[in-house]
Design a protein around this ligand. Structure first.
Ligand code: ADP
Ligand code: MG
Length: 394
């Protein structure tokens, strides 16, 4: 069943409720530190404007948990969007109610309104029917382009999609195409690179791709859980001992071809995290009790990069180390460099992964696709049905 997209939509004069994901990160001075998510929504906004729509934008920001949190108002997001669009954006201080209705009723073709942070209402995350109605009356058509929240059954994504005439925006279309290609016909050899912190979030994907991928390169905190499950001592490192059984089960699938499932052979270790701590490179059998593994080591990097260079398709999720600190960024930087230098199809997913890659100076153009969805892209690739997308098919 195809995705209903805005390509075929007659939007002339229509009030379009457009769900976007403007959940951008802020720096310590309270300024937007990465506007990628806002920029990623521009093609959909532009196309709808060209079609003569009136656009009412809906987004969340952070976790206000159903209350008004002043720092989480969308005013700075509106300013940023105004700069990018070179066009005034009318930012409202509410997302439902009389005043909002009045503003919407006065809209002309080509105008844009941004509603207030939708998560100021607890009803949003509860997918509350009355709240959905209060939003729905503001528009004629619903367009969802918030890929990053499509794995949640919330009012402004799933709820509206369910009851309104609804379409997918261009970002959702792009994400779905890139991720579907990985699942359905990846050019071989296909390598999956997995790192990051919580193995629970990653097992679904690993299990899903056991038959599909040719190589698995494991790093980050999750590698420790695999190593420990094999009886290798990981000292004081991040390690989820309660996941040992499932880790072992996965590794067992590679008993006959262990060359397909690679764990680190060496590591950069330190006693504690920090910018100026003393670090050491050790082979993986020599991690002492007082040490923590914070990055993959140079031999591991070399091995992994060799496989990357021979791959035709790569999916990468999760940093190779504790990348919040410079001494532990080498693995992630070298892996990213190797991927950027190949001509293969490369897809990167995961909130922290894309953030660190940008932070290290890599650009969108160096990879085939950097997913804007953290949890959403992982759930999509695990084969789960995403509620926000489900309502856009057929
Ligand atoms: P993503 O958001 O891309 O899916 P995760 O959230 O799974 O990635 O993982 C990112 C986190 O994993 C980062 O905070 C990073 O510091 C942490 N991490 C990676 N390797 C290690 C490690 N060896 N020890 C502790 N934390 C790690
Ligand atoms: Mg994360």
């Amino acid at each position: 069943m195809p995705l209903r997209t805005i390509h075929d939509l007659n939007a002339k004069g229509k009030r379009i409720l457009l769900r976007v994901d403007f959940n951008v990160p802020f720096d310590t001075e309270g300024e937007i530190s990465d506007d990628t998510r806002i920029r990623e929504a521009l093609p959909t906004i532009q196309l709808l404007l060209q079609k003569g729509a009136k656009i009412i934008l809906i987004s969340h920001l952070g976790r206000p948990e159903g209350k008004v949190v002043e720092e989480l108002r969308l005013d700075k997001v509106a300013k940023c969007l105004e700069m990018l669009m070179r066009k005034p954006i009318k930012k409202l201080n509410e997302s439902i109610g009389e005043e909002v209705q009045k503003q919407v009723d006065q809209m002309q073709e080509g105008e844009i309104i941004l509603l207030e942070n939708i998560r100021f209402h607890a009803e949003e995350e509860k997918n509350d029917p009355r709240f959905i109605q209060q939003l729905a009356v503001l528009g004629d058509i619903f367009v969802n382009d918030g890929f990053g929240v499509s794995h949640r059954a919330h009012a402004s994504s799933y709820g509206l999609g369910n009851i309104m005439s609804s379409y997918a925006g261009l970002l959702i279309e792009k994400e779905v195409n890139a991720l579907t290609k990985l699942m359905e016909n990846p050019e071989k050899p296909f390598t999956l690179i997995m790192g990051g912190a919580k193995i629970k979030d990653k097992l679904g994907i690993l299990e899903k791709f056991i038959e599909k991928a040719d190589f698995f390169l494991i790093g980050g905190g999750i590698a420790n859980t695999f190593l420990s499950a094999k009886g290798i001592k990981v000292g004081n490192s991040l390690c989820e001992k309660d996941m040992a059984d499932r880790a072992q089960e996965i590794e067992k699938k590679f008993e006959k071809n262990p060359e397909k499932f690679l764990l680190p052979v060496d590591a950069t270790v330190a006693k504690e995290p920090g910018e100026t701590v003393e670090t050491q490179v050790v082979t993986i059998e020599n991690v002492t009790d007082d040490m923590k593994i914070f990055d993959i080591g140079p031999q591991t990097i070399e091995k992994y990069c060799e496989i990357i260079r021979a791959s035709k398709t790569i999916f990468w999720n999760g940093p190779m180390g504790l990348t919040e600190f410079t001494p532990f960024q080498n693995g992630t930087r070298d892996i990213a460099t190797a991927i950027a230098q190949t001509a293969c199809t490369s897809v990167i997913g995961g909130g922290d992964s894309s953030e660190i890659i940008k932070h290290l100076g890599f650009t969108d153009e160096q990879f085939s696709h950097i997913s804007t969805g953290g949890g959403a892209s992982l759930e999509f690739l695990s084969g789960k049905e995403l509620p926000g997308l489900k309502v856009l098919y057929g």
